[in-house]
Ligand binder design. Sequence first.
Ligand code: SF4
Length: 377
Amino acid sequence: MSSLYIHIPFCTSKCPYCDFYSQVGSQQQINEYVELLTLNIKILEDKTSSPRPFETIFFGGGTPSLLSIKQIEKILNRVHRSFGIETDAEITLEANPGTVNLEQLQGYRQAGINRLSLGIQSLKDENLQLLGRIHSVSQAGKSIDAARSAGFDNLSLDLIFALPNQDLPALEEEIFALLDFSPEHISLYGLTFEEGTEFSTRLQSGELSSCGENLYAEQYRLLHEQLLAAGYEHYEISNFARPGRRCRHNQIYWQRKNCLAIGAGSHSFIEKEWGERWHIPPNLKHYRESLQYGKNPAELLETYNRQGAMKEFAYLALRTSTGIDRHKFKQKFNLPLEQVFPTALEKTSNFLRTNHDYYNFELDGWLLYDHLISHFL
Ligand code: SF4
């Protein structure tokens, strides 16, 4: 199995809570970047023995919907020539509702994009303004309608919760509004105040307040209950899907399968021995110069030993509802899980569900995931 992630580090404006690698880019910068991506693919073709063709491709950002239809076609054609793309591949593009229209979405669909992830983030205008988003609730609705009209039958919507001054009834209204759109997939993010962001400064000055642990937990529970009642599967800490609509790309990541990545600020995982992680530094100048000199811009970040690989296998699997497959673990590492993590299993036993085949967390375990997982690290 093999996947490709393509990072597009440009946005129309910078949201005050965001610490992703993205910046406001000119059309000229975007045009040049697309050329660099095609060079990156050619270099990767020569330097990797990763299985091919790709089963999933993910355009993430930043705002990939700033790319024109022709630019998306150009990148996908290059990927196709260099690596091949499975006929039933999942090809996702993240789009910002303020940047798309029907014609553009029809073009993306024809270019081969078959899954759209729309960053609607909230269904209340006052929240969108607080978050510094460039779109309104009405524009979000129009983008969703346009995506459906363009033929997207696999739509994921993002929602941010735990916002300042958001109480449970207000969140519940947003959930009902979200469900009215019947997305196939929903990703939820609890607002965090990351260091270096404008929101973090505003939190420190007292201008903003965080929602607090208790309300965070109540909101998470409410989302879980309402989305399950509406027929979604809560298949990963932050992700819900209709049956059969789980994101294939992200599952490859959680299973430690090959995921190549191109673009400044991207990360790859290679299934070589116990695993390797590579990254391309989040620096456009470095990216341009490396590629123009015919060099691979990726740098080795980590080579895993067996111990490191076992830890990562466990903590990534415990993010998912399936959890750790005991047989797969033993087959892969030649040791039973119980022998490797006896203390961690004991300390997390109140939250771990187990049977003959799996160990997994339920809702309460996911709420304490950061704390519980520390026992495995
Ligand atoms: S659109 Fe997304 S990636 Fe861009 S600044 Fe806003 S949150 Fe960050």
